[in-house]
Design a protein. Structure first.
Length: 300
């Protein structure tokens, strides 16, 4: 998902280079997904970003990668019996972004953010699950809260409640999480709550069966019914998934990531992300020029 502009970043952070040859975080995820067995890639973007996204990312990718742009249109899936709110300029949110792919994806698929670095093992975990998943099953790759903070300001995170069998019960969105430098406590400023550093968080790395599209569509209609006159409220994927879990219409297996997360929320996070990628290159996980001698792996 690469549709949104980072309000705290002040631009399209998905397109800023972090690798030594100009690679973006998204490109490292594509590389890891390729070697986990994924073969088709869909970028959900706003129509107005097509040229920029093509120039900054798609033009750099090897032709052997099967890449398709999907446009998150504000009017998509809007019912005829409602009047479209003309004051709405902001995309509807992450659940609507996933719904935008309904017309082109008909097999189990993964969802990720374009501005997060997940490492290699999460894509392997996703690929293994998706080979056998059935309708109304999903998977979520999670991280611990303390590994996903920024020292430069508050972050938004979905805090996960998980049962003893590692199935997701619910996700609660916290929009302003920060580590207090004076106490070292992690605080949810929005809810005035202290959070455990070992709390489990979602960073929108999911695996779904295509049956999820009908659920998302029905939920979007309900969302519009209650929020059509609010020009800023977003239709969030974690909130929607939680609704269907609580209605016993969806089960979500949770797998903790075995890799460190990296991401960009503020401009000052960019050098940190670059250092992380440099370290991964020194460890031999990636070539210095990611695509120079790239050949897609062959899977039976």
């Amino acid at each position: 998902m690469a549709a949104g502009v980072g309000s705290r970043y002040g631009g399209l952070k998905q397109l800023d280079p972090v690798g030594p040859s100009g690679e973006t975080l998204l490109e490292y995820s594509l590389y890891d997904a390729c070697f986990a067995g994924f073969s088709d890639f869909y970028f959900v973007i706003q129509p107005s970003y097509h040229d920029l996204f093509t120039q900054k990312v798609i033009s750099r990718l090897p032709r052997s990668l099967k890449v398709t742009c999907i446009y998150q249109e504000l009017g998509a899936f809007f019912p005829n019996y409602m009047t479209f709110p003309t004051e709405r300029k902001k995309p509807w949110g992450t659940a609507h972004a996933v719904l935008s792919a309904h017309h082109i994806i008909n097999t189990p698929f993964a969802v990720m953010n374009a501005d997060d670095y997940y490492g290699t093992s999460p894509f392997q975990q996703l690929a293994a699950f998706l080979k056998t998943c059935t309708a109304h099953e999903a998977v979520l790759i999670t991280h611990t809260l303390k590994e996903t903070l920024s020292i430069y300001g508050p972050v938004s995170r979905g805090m996960c409640l998980i049962d003893q069998n590692n199935f997701l019960i619910a996700i609660t969105e916290h929009k302003k999480i920060i580590q207090d430098p004076s106490t070292n406590q992690i605080l949810s400023q929005e809810l005035n709550t202290v959070l455990s550093p070992n709390g489990i968080v979602s960073l929108n790395l999911w695996g779904f069966h295509p049956s999820i599209f009908e659920m998302l569509y029905q939920s979007f209609l309900t969302f519009l019914k209650h929020n059509i006159n609010d020009s800023t409220t977003e239709y969030f994927l974690p909130t929607t998934i939680t609704h269907y879990i609580l209605a016993n219409l969806l089960t979500v297996r949770v797998f903790p990531s075995n890799d460190l997360w990296g991401g960009i929320t503020y401009p000052d996070d960019l050098p940190v992300a670059k250092s992380q990628i440099e370290r991964q290159i020194r460890l031999g996980l990636y070539p210095k020029n990611l695509w120079e001698n790239f050949e897609p792996p062959q899977f039976e």
